[in-house]
Design a protein around this ligand. Structure first.
Ligand SMILES: Cc1cc2nc3c(=O)[nH]c(=O)nc-3n(C[C@H](O)[C@H](O)[C@H](O)COP(=O)(O)OP(=O)(O)OC[C@H]3O[C@@H](n4cnc5c(N)ncnc54)[C@H](O)[C@@H]3O)c2cc1C
Length: 428
């Protein structure tokens, strides 16, 4: 175990390297710059090349909950091995995947879910304020209040399961305000929704954003604050990190030579976290939970996000097009897009969203949610107090990214682990 809230044993850092330019890395870089550190962001590909680009852009603290949950054992396992199922696990030996699945099943119990919820609740409570802070600090792309957020159902009784889940979330201490509205009311709000939708749950207290625009705006703000972002530069190794040496962490890149060093390094490499973090004692596996998305024109364009829980499809307005996202495919992050998954999303959604033209698809995309077996992110100091892990947010790295950046900057500048990060200890 590491030394939790104890004060740092080395002078206050003045420089930092952040590896990864997704939501978590960029938000961290922004806060570290604001705290006065010299900051370099090093990104293997380009800004938002990972999961932070094609996601659904929901900022939904009321339903930001751990992925392993008891219902997965009832419904998920049955569906797991079909390529058209919303949850797909290939039958092939892969030690990371096997370790992940065993851990995931172990944490899919009511007690483990409840424990993880206690970590999420205080984070959720502050998640949206962290977006307001970025916006007040000069991030120009807005977040939009979802007025309202609708979870739509074709069968009149299908909403019961989600309502029960909301009840459990409430019982765990997370406020959820939701009510049931009729199909007619759904179509008054979003006329493109099919006559086949019987009703919907209207959820309060959520927002959404345009992920590509938001990440670009955040990267611009990071640059304006004075940080440098090196794109197309893959970090191959992080070394050093002994508390006693100043500028003690070295970062090597593909060229095989030391490129930069800094007082602290933050690893914000999403689904790739394991590779660089493992030498610093992070044993928890991070498994890519790959999701797919595309955009379509919809007439008339819904102004609100729509969720189809039975089909596990998430939709979000992105300017003049509508993003449709779904699937949870446990494969390696670099594998190519599998068109069968896109077809499966189209088949599931076409009858529900009759105003959409599914033949005019653009931006077909696959990306990797960084999933942990216990459903909690890995954020905090590693075995080296100078090397900080910031990843593993699974389904919720957009909602929780800005707050994570703020808390990591607090950790780096004060040397003390904020209470909210304690359950996320990457050495757990
Ligand atoms: C279909 C789908 C829908 C989703 N919807 C939502 C949603 O509605 N709301 C929500 O909150 N979350 C959502 N998520 C989850 C969210 O997208 C992720 O949790 C979040 O983007 C993770 O951000 P990150 O910065 O940790 O990782 P990433 O965005 O993946 O960034 C990691 C970056 O690190 C870089 N990198 C990796 N290795 C190296 C290296 N060695 N050297 C240099 N750079 C490296 C990568 O290129 C990448 O750019 C969704 C995900 C998917 C797939």
């Amino acid at each position: 175990m590491q030394d939790g809230g104890m004060r740092r044993r080395f002078p206050a850092p003045t420089s930092a390297i952040v590896v990864g330019a997704g939501m978590v890395g960029l938000a961290t870089a922004w806060h570290l710059r604001r705290a006065g550190l010299a900051v370099r962001v090093v990104e293997a590909d380009r800004v938002a090349a990972g999961s932070s680009w094609g996601n659904a852009g929901w900022l939904t603290p009321p339903i930001t909950t751990p992925l392993p949950e008891p219902a997965i054992l009832r419904t998920g396992l049955r569906a797991m091995f079909s390529v058209t199922s919303p949850l797909y696990v290939p039958l092939r030996p892969d030690t990371v995947l096997i370790r992940f699945l065993l851990g995931f099943l172990r944490h899919s119990t009511p007690a483990a879910w409840h424990r993880a919820m206690q970590a999420y609740i205080p984070l959720n409570h502050r998640a949206l304020a962290a977006f307001d802070e970025l916006s007040e600090g000069g991030v120009t792309e807005p977040t939009h209040a979802a007025e309202p957020f609708l979870a739509c159902f074709a069968g009149a009784e299908e909403h019961r399961l989600l309502m029960e889940e909301f009840e459990q979330i409430r019982a765990a201490g997370q406020p959820v305000t939701a009510d049931l509205i009729s199909g007619a009311e759904v179509r008054r709000i979003a006329p493109a929704v099919s006559e086949g939708i019987a009703n919907a749950i209207r959820l309060e207290g959520t927002r959404f954003l345009h992920p590509p625009h938001y990440l670009e705006a955040l990267a611009s703000a990071v640059r304006r604050e004075g940080a440098t972002i090196h794109e197309r530069t893959q970090v191959t190794e992080v070394s050093g990190g002994r508390p006693s040496t100043p500028a003690g962490v070295r970062v090597m890149t593909e060229e095989g030579e030391e490129r930069w060093s800094a007082d602290v390094v933050v690893l914000a490499t999403g689904a790739w976290l394991g590779r660089l973090a493992r030498p610093f004692g992070v044993q928890t596996v991070v498994q890519a939970g790959r999701g797919y998305s595309f955009t379509v024109p919809v007439d008339p364009m819904p102004r609100v996000p729509l969720y189809f829980p039975i089909q596990r499809v998430a939709c979000t307005p992105l300017g003049d097009r509508y993003r449709v996202a779904g699937m949870m495919e446990f494969r390696r992050p670099g594998e190519p897009l599998d068109p069968r998954r896109i077809d499966a999303i189209v088949r599931a959604t076409r009858p529900l969203l009759t105003g959409a033209d599914f033949d005019d698809r653009q931006d077909e995309w696959v990306g990797s949610r960084p999933c942990t077996p216990d459903g909690l992110p890995l954020v905090g100091p590693t075995r080296s107090p100078r090397v900080i892990a910031a990843g593993g947010h699974g389904m919720w790295g957009i909602t929780l990214g800005p707050l994570t950046g703020r808390l990591v900057a607090e950790l780096v500048t004060t040397g003390a682990t904020p209470d909210l990060l304690r359950p996320l200890d990457p050495l757990r």
